[in-house]
Design a protein around this ligand. Structure first.
Ligand code: SF4
Ligand SMILES: [Zn+2]
Length: 333
């Protein structure tokens, strides 16, 4: 694929600095995305319905390539206390990050207060966990508490209980856990998506320190993109994300957060267009403060969102009502 040929295996995909939280305090963080041989589930089985990483994976990435990527990261590292390492797959899969690379990275970042990476649960076991720094936060793509949604809608290739067991093992090993949940997987109506995300967060809470709600962002080359192009799917409203936080606020122990990719675009979580920026800023403020007052946003389109949910339920469809049927069919209150 021409796209892959242009991407050098010895260069980081990207690196940036941002803010995150350590022990309740806003802290500097460095985020690096490494180029690896890719997610085993995407490579062997086609991957999850919303994941565009299949097109981003490379072949034949060597230890030397990965070490060169670490060199690049270190040349830009300014001692940020929080480092997040993403691989578009599983950091604990030795086909992606072989042990010598993993060990060097732990050494390089041994002064950090937090180091976060993602893994599918099949690479998490007590032996591996015992080798990880105590500053580790294990990020788990739990996505949903519902086994049927996991299998049919997301095609995740593991069950919610697999993720729960991995999360509990990480907690037993004294590590932190950040659980990622999907907002509005394929085939779910807007109202169902809100209920499901809330229930999923309650499922994740006992073995999580942080719960990150990820609204679907329609990525290129995915199953969900095909359905979206037909008009049979609409990414969630920002109001739905806010509603999930409102229902969960004060009822879970985990820190709630979301940093939506593609927010405000047609492919990402969006409202009417006029209020999107304000609503996304409210979500960001809440992610740091955990104060539900920070979610207060006003826009007339909240009534359209409420009508949208009623109309979907009445019509029994998860299709994009505004695109598929024309906005006149949406019941206005
Ligand atoms: S979402 Fe994660 S597990 Fe699923 S295909 Fe993408 S990288 Fe692999
Ligand atoms: Zn609006």
């Amino acid at each position: 694929m021409a796209f892959n040929k242009e991407r050098k295996p010895n260069e980081l995909e990207t690196l940036w600095k941002e803010k995150d939280v350590i022990d309740g305090q806003v802290s500097d963080a460095m985020v690096m995305i490494m180029r690896t041989n890719g997610c085993v589930w995407a490579k062997n089985s086609g991957g999850c319905t919303m994941c565009g990483y299949r097109t981003a994976s490379l072949n034949g990435v060597t230890v030397d390539d990965l070490m060169a990527q670490v060199d690049q990261a270190m040349s830009r590292y300014k001692g940020e206390p929080f480092v997040k390492i993403y691989t578009s797959g599983s950091f604990l899969d030795e086909n992606e990050i072989p042990l010598p690379v993993r060990e060097r990275m732990f050494q390089e970042f041994s002064g950090c207060k937090r180091i976060l990476f993602e893994s599918r649960p099949e690479f998490v076991n007590a032996d591996v966990l015992s080798t990880l720094p105590k500053t580790t936060t294990l990020a788990l793509g739990l996505e949903s508490h519902d086994p049927i949604i996991m299998e049919r809608s997301i095609r995740k290739g593991f069950t919610p209980d697999d993720a729960r067991i991995a999360g509990e093992s990480a907690k037993d090993a004294g590590l932190m856990v950040r659980s990622y949940l999907l907002l509005k997987p394929l085939f779910l109506q807007e109202g169902e998506a809100i209920r499901s995300a809330v229930e999923s967060a309650r499922f994740a809470d006992p073995f999580s320190d942080e719960i990150s709600i990820n609204p679907i962002n329609v990525q290129k080359g995915t199953v969900i993109e095909r359905v979206w192009k037909r008009g049979d799917y609409r990414p969630p409203w920002i109001w739905s994300l806010i509603e999930v936080f409102r229902q969960l606020s004060g009822t879970v122990n985990s820190r709630l957060m979301s940093s939506p990719s593609g927010g405000g675009s047609q492919r990402g979580v969006h409202n009417c267009g006029e209020c999107d920026q304000r609503a996304l800023e409210a979500v960001e403020r809440f992610s740091f403060s955990q104060n539900p007052k920070d979610l207060d946003v006003k826009c007339e389109c909240i009534r359209t969102w409420q009508s949208y949910i009623s109309s979907e339920t009445l019509l029994g469809t998860a299709a994009d009502l505004d695109r598929g049927f024309g906005s006149d069919l949406t019941i206005r209150k």
